[in-house]
Every structure is written in structure tokens, then in C-alpha cells.
Write a protein that binds this ligand. Structure first.
Ligand code: GRF
Length: 214
């Protein structure tokens, strides 16, 4: 784990006014960690999209003053009714129709289809609780733990149409102590996520391409 993170004043200056959109489906602990770490640097959390009405992440958004969006209900008279995935991703596309510098997936449990990913390629980030390319997909912590791994990781990567396979922007690992319970490991992995994700998103937003040498 790294020491307490403090960006340089010039990077902090560059961060001011950058706009982040978040998508999540569950608890939203990563969203809240991102918000608390990055808002003080003037990074704007312009909106949250949640596919699950009632998810706790929506309560966090309300408390933090971040506007949230959920997919609208399908009007009962719609005939034929739209395919549920199409309806959901139409709502996602409408949500993304606003200016933003990064779309941050924070526990969004749906696969984004190519029609969503392609127009925003290079601007969508995701966090996954494993040392990718190991253990992509669901239940990554449990799979690594049950396989007897001595180290376990967290990865932030760019999103591509292939699940958990885009270019890696940041990765850290911790060791599993002998006899440590799965629950204890999960708690430490989530703490590592809350520390790594804000740093990587900040670097992503502030690392402008370097000018070519004269
Ligand atoms: C995290 O473990 C993240 O790596 C995975 O989903 C979980 C979301 O947790 N993609 P939370 O909603 O941020 O608490």
C-alpha cells in the first residue's frame, strides 16, 4: 500500500472542473470514496446512473448531492414492449448525452454493450477486485481465496467491449495471511480499492498528453 496520497498543486489545479459520471448497481462504497477524495480538488461528480432502483448507492448520491438517474419504467401500453436490455441501454445512452471527462464504473453489474462503449472508448474506467488478467468476472475475491492464492489484487482498467480485459491503468496487491478468513480478506481488498481507485481516476483526469519535443 502506498503512503497517504497528496497530489502536486499543479495537478490539483489541472483537476479543477473535470466532470465525472459514475455508474453503479450496489452499495456504492467506491463511489463514496471517489467523491470524498476527488471533490476537494474541484472534480465535479455530475451524475450517477444506477440500474437498480432501491440500491444503497442511490442513498449515498442523495446525501452527497449528486444527481442520480435510474431507467424509466416501460409504459404499460407499449406494444410490443422493448427488450429489457435495449430499454436499459437506451437509458444509459441518454444519461451519457452530457459533457464528461471520465465515466467511472463503480460496481456496475451489467455488461456495457459495444454501442455504449465504442463512442466513449478511452473514457470509461472500471475497478475489478483481482489482479487482472487473473480472475475476471464475478466472485473474483472468493475464487482467488479458494484457489489458495497467497496474494490478491485490485485492478483499475479502461473498459473495452470484452469484460475485464481493457488496458490496465493501476494495479496493487496485498498478501493473504495464513488462516485469514475470506471476510477479512474481502474487507482489506475493499479498503485497497477505496485507496487505489481515486488515485488512478485523478491521474487519468490530469495526465494531459505530453507535448512533443522541439
Ligand atoms: C467492488 O468490489 C468492485 O471492485 C466491483 O464491485 C464492487 C462494488 O462495491 N466491481 P461498491 O458498490 O463500490 O461498494
Amino acid at each position: 500500500m502506498t503512503a497517504r496520497w497528496t497530489p502536486t498543486p499543479s495537478a490539483s489545479q489541472q483537476a479543477r472542473g473535470k466532470r465525472v459520471l459514475v455508474m453503479g448497481s450496489g452499495s456504492g462504497s467506491n463511489f463514496e470514496a471517489l467523491f470524498h477524495t476527488l471533490s476537494p480538488h474541484g472534480i465535479v461528480f455530475a451524475g450517477l446512473f444506477c440500474d437498480k432502483p432501491g440500491a444503497y448507492i442511490l442513498e449515498r448520491a442523495a446525501r452527497l448531492g449528486v444527481p442520480s438517474t435510474t431507467p424509466p419504467p416501460i409504459p404499460p401500453e407499449t406494444d410490443p414492449p422493448p427488450h429489457p436490455k435495449r430499454h436499459l441501454n437506451d437509458a444509459v445512452m441518454a444519461f451519457l448525452d452530457q459533457p464528461f471527462d471520465a465515466l467511472v464504473l463503480a460496481g456496475y453489474m451489467r455488461i456495457l454493450p459495444t454501442r455504449v462503449v465504442t463512442p466513449y472508448a478511452g473514457k470509461i474506467l472500471n475497478i475489478h477486485p483481482s489482479k487482472l488478467p487473473d480472475y475476471p468476472g464475478l466472485h473474483a475475491i472468493r475464487k482467488a481465496y479458494n484457489a489458495g492464492e497467497s496474494r490478491i489484487g485490485v485492478t483499475v482498467h479502461l473498459v473495452t467491449p470484452e469484460v475485464d480485459a481493457g488496458p490496465i491503468l493501476g494495479q496493487e496487491t496485498i498478501s493473504i495471511s495464513p488462516g485469514e478468513s475470506l471476510e477479512a480478506v474481502e474487507t482489506r481488498v475493499h479498503a485497497l480499492e477505496h485507496e487505489l481507485y481515486p488515485r488512478v481516476v485523478f491521474d487519468f483526469l490530469t495526465q494531459a498528453p505530453q507535448p512533443a519535443e522541439q
